[in-house]
Ligand binder design. Structure first.
Ligand SMILES: [Zn+2]
Length: 147
């Protein structure tokens, strides 16, 4: 297994009236020439967790960070007008925290950050700040540094 010290959260940057099923996302990513969905996990609006690719496989979701990270994406991220917004449904929030808790058991040293929180990234994705929302799940060393 490769070393994982980072979990990166993304959104599809889609509006509430656009539906992006896992199958559709998988096809979109294959159309870019990738083997399969670039994220390891995908959470649709209904809270369903889909496995995009196995954890041991390097993802295709955050340039320069893929080798040592796991990528999670939720369906949404734009409001009706197309503005960046945290549109996670209660079911998505629930699925996300459950997934993060389980990943932390396997990778206790992994930091949890949003795509927008990575150095050199100028995007709104995932339209909320995982470093703050999931502060209690960050590694102990991280929590000490951010006191
Ligand atoms: Zn992203």
């Amino acid at each position: 297994m490769r070393r994982i010290d980072l979990i990166v959260i993304h959104c599809t940057a889609s509006r509430p009236d656009q539906s992006i099923s896992f199958e559709k996302l998988d096809k979109m990513h294959q159309a870019r020439g990738w083997k399969c969905c670039g994220y390891h996990y995908y959470i649709t609006r209904d809270g369903q967790l889909h496995i995009g690719r196995p954890e041991e496989m390097v993802g295709a979701h955050a340039r320069h960070y893929n080798a040592h990270s796991i990528g999670i994406c939720y369906e949404g991220g734009l409001d009706e007008k197309g503005h960046a917004a945290d549109t996670r449904t209660p079911a998505q929030r629930h699925a996300m925290i459950a997934l993060l808790r389980s990943l932390k058991e396997d990778y206790p040293d992994a930091e949890i950050l949003g795509h927008c929180e990575l150095e050199g990234v100028h995007k709104a994705c995932p339209c909320f700040l995982p470093s703050i929302e999931y502060q209690h799940l960050q590694p102990t060393t991280w929590q000490e540094d951010h006191k």
